[in-house]
Design a protein around this ligand. Structure first.
Ligand code: 5RP
Length: 293
């Protein structure tokens, strides 16, 4: 018999205070299950609802991309400044310390290399392994308008089904083929298809004109890829404009790891994303950190 001596009968049920719905900071994600929301919280900072994802998955079709030849030396020192790391399971197991305690977005599609037709991808990771790796989301490339459009959409919907079974968010990565126009009309089409077919959030490219229509028409959060390396001020300006026009963050690779000062750059990007620091101020901050080094 448990010892109940000392227990009092005075309980406070706060009858005058209705229980509040805790809410959820991410667009279009309120109806997701608790585990899915909790995983997304490892990606998006709950205070700002935004993320700086450090993308280093390029090797899955490009091999040792410039800046990623030695991830242990060039990327691991940047991990403290990222909200999330996007990488392949090979790099995660071989190179990323298991003490990394932020979100991991696992590349889950692959197949062709730069030597062949890129849209001909398949699912490259099963959900069991994504869970074993404690991933916070899986990422799948979607080639709307590409030669293997239907296959890539089918990869995505199969991952969404598996993700829904286990509470794993799926990031739909819209890939723009060389022959396709990089404009808001295309981005609206591609991002909306990803959201309609069940992705929890979507990655796309920033476009100068009408980007706010892309974020408005997509019912879940959008993050932008950095794209080709640009001068630092231009990349910071792009990130700033994307945030002002409704993006929930960046999934940036080359503009960080190919920068003259990657650690300074990721910290400047983070201030733009989370604090809405203006581009010139963020660039000055970048220069200061770079020179301190
Ligand atoms: C490769 C990817 C990359 O993660 C993505 O393109 C982001 O990297 P970058 O900022 O270098 O464009 O999805 O397919």
């Amino acid at each position: 018999m448990a010892d109940t001596d000392g227990m009092t009968d005075s309980h406070d049920y706060y009858l005058d205070i209705p229980q509040k719905d805790p809410g959820y900071p991410l667009k279009g994600c309120h109806a997701l299950d608790w585990g899915m929301k909790n995983r997304l919280t490892n990606i998006f900072n709950p205070k700002t609802g935004r993320t700086v994802m450090l993308a280093v998955d390029h090797g899955y079709f490009m091999g040792p991309t410039t800046g990623l030849e030695r991830i242990d030396l060039t990327i691991n020192p940047l991990l403290p400044y990222a909200d999330t790391l996007m990488c392949t399971r090979g790099i995660l197991r071989s190179t990323i310390p298991a003490t990394f305690n932020k979100g991991v977005v696992l590349r889950a599609s692959g197949g062709p290399s730069i030597l062949s037709e890129l849209s001909d991808e398949r699912i490259a990771v099963n959900m069991e392994d994504a869970i074993r790796l404690n991933s916070s989301a899986v990422a799948v490339q979607v080639f709307i308008g590409g030669e293997f459009e239907t296959t890539s959409v089918h990869n995505m919907t199969r991952l969404v089904d598996a993700g829904n079974r286990y509470g794993m968010p799926v990031l739909g990565v819209t890939a723009v083929g060389k022959q396709m126009a990089r404009d808001a009309k295309y981005m609206r089409l591609a991002t909306r298809i990803c959201a309609e077919l069940g992705c929890s959030y979507v990655k796309t490219y920033y476009v100068e004109k009408d980007f706010e229509t892309v974020t408005a028409a997509c019912p879940v959060p959008i993050v932008i890829a950095g794209g080709k390396k640009q001068p630092e001020l231009d990349a910071l300006t792009m990130a700033y404009n994307a945030i002002q026009q409704g993006a929930a963050g960046v999934d940036m690779g080359r503009n960080i790891f190919q920068s003259d000062a990657p650690a300074a750059m990721i910290q400047a990007v983070s201030r733009v994303v989370h604090e809405e620091m203006k581009p010139q101020e963020a660039f000055d901050y970048y220069e200061t950190l770079k020179n301190e080094k």
